[in-house]
Ligand binder design. Structure first.
Ligand code: ARG
Length: 465
């Protein structure tokens, strides 16, 4: 077996030998947690300033540390930093480099903290930043949907249940359904952020610290509402990441449902919408093809994001308090899932801005399948005072008649309808068109074009805030 000859210089005091190469391979997290460099340095600077403030560190050492940390951040940003696997993770890579730069004083930075509270803090900061970005991206996507809804507030299309034509709806109403879903998604991200916003720094390894530190000071410096109240909890829970992933998973499901609709709607069989060249791809063999690949990928990424939530739930479920190394497995999948959600949101915003509804085709399809049958039944109730059950029955008979004559409900003659129900009069023709059907659904939450415009107005003002 290959042995690494030098022990870890950060904790190697009681070790005579370095780790096996495989040990290093499984143990090191630097390949992925270098993503936390900025947060790690921000946390260290806040910690150092607090140690000085509490007279645990001299101002001279504090200044050396701060300057050193700034230099390291620059090196990392420029790509000049040498990350080392033998130093395991971002925390020890930064501290080791600090020692190269400023010597002895670097060793005082780790007073009154541990990598356990350090990593919990860094990771929280990363998740918090990402939640903020995702919330903004969600608002952008909502705006794109609202625009499309406004433009097509009175375009009729078939509404489906069981993917069978059910009742006509407006295209705008359909788009606004997603604005509602995304609004709740944004609410979940914002809620998660509120609960996340307590600072673990100063919990130290697990039991807190005997040094007279000021946890409120570091919490504030890092933009937290306050410190976590229990050191064991502070270092060993990852519910903030689980919550973020849970919200991301639900959001990805919403996006996947719309992606699925796009895939169906773009097909030749439906032809409801088209995507421009910018959001379509061709086939390497079939020259006629235009494929909605971006929508398909949005649909597929939901699997990956839901997978990350599952993975972290399973990592956490068996862990006794406090920290276990299992928890190092929290990062890769959370990074991957939330970054992919960000990509998916951008792609979806692009597609929504790009898509063109085929108005003629939507209208034609809206009338298929006796989609105004419920309007007919409602008319019988309202105009003839028929109990709804009877009206349902009479309508069923009229649908059967139209089916037999291979025509639409609006094409049946008054005489033919009166043969089924003698009290029917020509007022019935007022409700059999798809336009009249949608226009009549004015009760709050219904599909009428005027409702769509009202909701567009409401969302515009909400999204402008
Ligand atoms: N790289 C570690 C992680 O991501 C940092 C914390 C290590 N703590 C420890 N006690 N070994 O979880």
């Amino acid at each position: 077996m290959t042995q690494n000859t030098s022990g870890n210089k950060m904790w190697g005091g009681r070790f005579a030998q370095g780790p096996d190469a495989i040990m290093e391979e499984i143990n090191a997290s630097i390949d992925f947690d270098k993503k936390l460099a900025r947060q790690d340095i921000e946390g260290s600077k806040a910690h150092a300033a607090m140690l000085v403030h509490c007279s645990i560190l001299t101002p001279e050492d504090g200044e050396k540390i701060t300057k050193g940390l700034d230099t390291i951040l620059l090196e990392i940003e420029k790509g000049d930093f040498q990350f080392s696997r033998s130093l395991e993770d971002i925390h020890m890579n930064v501290e080791a480099r600090l020692r190269d730069l400023i010597g002895e004083a670097a060793g005082r930075l780790h007073t009154a903290r541990s990598r356990n509270d350090q990593v919990a803090t860094d990771f929280k900061l990363w998740v918090r930043d990402t939640l903020d970005t995702l919330s903004e991206q969600l608002a952008d996507l909502q705006k794109a949907f609202v625009q499309l809804a406004e433009k097509n507030h009175d375009v009729v299309m078939p509404g489906f249940t069981h993917l069978q034509t059910a009742q006509p709806v407006t295209f705008g109403h359909h788009m606004l359904a997603y604005v509602e879903m995304l609004g709740r998604d944004r609410g979940r991200f914002q809620d998660a952020r509120k609960r996340l916003n307590e600072c673990p720094l100063g919990s130290a390894a697990l039991a807190g610290t005997p040094f007279p530190i000021d946890r409120m000071m570091t919490a504030r410096a890092l933009g937290f509402d306050g410190p976590t109240a229990n050191s064991l909890d502070g270092v060993s829970d990852r519910d903030f990441a689980l919550e973020a992933l849970g919200a991301a998973a639900i959001c990805s499901v919403h996006l996947s449902r719309f992606a699925e609709e796009l895939v169906i709607w773009c097909s030749a069989q439906f032809g409801f919408v088209s995507l421009s060249d910018a959001f379509s791809t061709g086939s390497s063999i079939m020259p006629q093809k235009r494929n909605p690949d971006a929508a398909e990928l949005v649909r597929a990424k939901a699997g990956r994001i839901i997978g990350a939530l599952n993975a972290l739930l399973i990592v956490m479920k068996g862990l006794p308090l406090a920290y276990s190394k299992d928890m190092q497995e929290d990062k890769e999948q959370t990074f991957d899932a939330l970054e992919n959600l960000s990509l998916v949101l951008a792609a979806m915003t692009g597609m929504v801005g790009d898509l063109t509804p085929n108005i003629a085709r939507l209208k034609e399809a809206a009338g298929h399948g006796f989609s105004t049958a419920t309007d007919l039944a409602d008319w019988l109730v309202r105009s003839l005072d028929m109990p709804f059950r009877n009206a349902h029955h009479v309508t069923g008979a009229l649908v059967a008649l139209a089916e037999e004559k291979k025509c639409g409900l609006e094409d049946l003659s008054l005489a033919a309808m009166q043969a089924v129900e003698p009290r029917i009069h020509d007022g019935i023709f007022d409700v059999l068109s798809v336009e009249k059907s949608v226009a009549s659904r004015k009760a709050y939450g219904g599909t009428a074009p005027e409702n769509v415009l009202e909701q567009v107005k409401r969302w515009k003002s909400l999204l402008d805030e």
